[in-house]
Ligand binder design. Structure first.
Ligand SMILES: [Zn+2]
Length: 144
């Protein structure tokens, strides 16, 4: 039995390929974005929200730079204002997938390359690329 050669991948991501969180990926299947989002809160806020037994809903938020009113997720807003300001938001023990996700959560999901991401999370760009560009999609992190 012969095996056929694998077709060449024409769009193989490189260090300069832009990645982002693909929220469509989250809307498929049984994936629970809210639960995953909560895992990125600081311990203090995670406890608070667990106690309240509820999720924060969408809130209106005024962009201080443009004065534009945006619909924003309450959890994400909390992360921007508080949790992401803490030194352990992205720590040495944070996995690459979680660290990258946390970057996109607080930068409005503005696409970044593996090189830029590696710089922000202080990891090796090649390893960041390998993690994000593999066959398996982690937490919706995909090329743009
Ligand atoms: Zn917090």
């Amino acid at each position: 039995m012969t095996t056929l050669p694998k077709p060449a991948r024409s769009l193989r991501p490189t260090l300069d390929t832009l990645f982002h969180i693909d929220y469509d990926w989250w809307s498929k299947g049984d994936r629970d974005l809210r639960v995953y989002l909560r895992s990125h809160l600081c311990a203090e806020h995670r406890a608070l929200i667990d106690d309240a037994g509820s999720n924060l809903d969408m809130i209106d938020w005024v962009d201080p730079r443009t004065a534009e009113v945006k619909r924003r997720d309450g959890l994400v807003q909390l992360m921007r204002n508080h949790c992401s300001q803490r030194p352990d938001y992205i720590a040495e023990h944070t996995s690459i997938v979680d660290a990258v996700f946390r970057i996109f959560l607080v930068n409005d999901n503005e696409p970044l390359t593996a090189r830029q991401l590696a710089d922000r999370i202080e990891r090796d760009p090649e390893i960041v690329l390998k993690t994000l560009a593999g066959k398996q999609v982690y937490q919706g992190l995909r090329p743009v």
